[in-house]
Design a protein around this ligand. Structure first.
Ligand code: FJE
Ligand code: FE
Length: 294
């Protein structure tokens, strides 16, 4: 018999740099989750740090079977869908969109500015929610609760819980999404359920994670060990840092993805093509629809 002990803090198993690549129309993205080295990070499908100028964007396109979470860092971004849902989000604002059975929409920067910069996360939906009615949860920066575990550490709680502060966002896939701003020379411990997979995506500065002080720098994704530990220890040294902490319960269901459609089998993907083509089963309003912002 071998005795195994669960470590206190998760450690880092992988560090991957995301360089800019082209996506959409004239948009640049640094792809984190979803790139070859970071595929199948169940329940997460994709994380892009996007940067779009007034000539670029993500014009009319569909989604089915998952959620897109758009979090703005800088600039103004517009959204319009085939049901007439329209809005603009600015720095610090959040749009949590459950595509469910079907959304067709356009995501474009507001034209009168130099650039729109943010993060878009794709979260897979459990089998029983893939064909749900679409839903939006929109939060302005000021409506997102903050935890201040100590001076010089501010955590925006987008989803889940940090230091006693809870988000009201409804997650069909259990998810934590935290935005950390840490001054230099700070140490903070974040609690994470033992079964969650997760990672940090660094936006600015340098962090040191776990007891082995694994170094994380800007535009790197740092994946957590899956060893059942229920904390992540995060330190800064001689630089301030800004990063997002994303974790969730793996669905452990088959994933068949074709671009913006993510289902459990190739039959369901085939049915999705037929539905999209024939404006059925959630795509009714796609018939002859064109966005006015693209
Ligand atoms: C998409 C290509 C795409 N990253 N980041 C293919 F570009 C997209 C897509 C996005 C996207 C949108 C925003 Cl606002 C931010 C993004 C990819 O829209 F869905 C497919 N299938
Ligand atoms: Fe989209």
């Amino acid at each position: 018999m071998t005795a195994t002990t669960t470590p206190i803090s998760r450690s880092i198993t992988k560090s991957v740099l995301s360089r800019e690549q082209s996506e959409g129309v004239g948009a640049r993205v640094r792809r984190s989750i979803g790139r070859p080295e970071l595929r199948n990070h169940d329940p997460f499908l994709m994380l892009d740090e996007f940067s779009v100028d007034k000539n670029g964007g993500f014009p009319d396109h569909p989604h089915r079977g998952f959620e897109t979470v758009t979090y703005m860092i800088e600039g103004q971004f517009q959204h319009e869908d085939f049901a007439g849902h329209k809005g603009t989000i600015g720095p610090g604002d959040l749009q949590w969109m459950t595509a469910g059975r079907g959304i067709v929409h356009s995501e474009m920067p507001v034209k009168s500015q130099t650039r729109a910069h943010g993060l878009q996360l794709w979260i897979n939906l459990p089998k029983e929610h893939k064909m749900c009615e679409p839903q939006y949860q929109e939060l302005l920066d000021g409506q997102i609760p903050r935890a201040t575990p100590q001076d010089g550490v501010v955590v925006k709680v987008i989803a889940g819980e940090s230091h006693g502060v809870k988000s009201q966002v409804y997650t069909r896939t259990p998810t934590m999404y935290l935005d950390f701003k840490m001054n230099k020379n700070k140490t903070v411990t974040q609690i994470i359920p033992s079964t969650y997979t997760g990672f940090l995506y660094m936006l600015k500065g340098t962090t040191f994670i776990g007891d082995k002080e694994f170094e994380g720098k800007a535009h790197h994704t740092l994946t957590f060990s899956e060893d059942g530990a229920t904390t992540v220890k995060i330190q800064t040294k001689d630089e301030d840092a800004h990063f997002v902490f994303i974790a969730g319960e793996p669905l452990k269901e088959p994933i068949v993805q074709h671009g913006p459609f993510v289902m459990n089998s190739s039959e369901e993907i085939y049915d999705t093509f037929v539905d999209y083509q024939n404006n059925k089963n959630g795509f009714e309003r796609a018939r002859n629809w064109r966005s006015t912002i693209a």
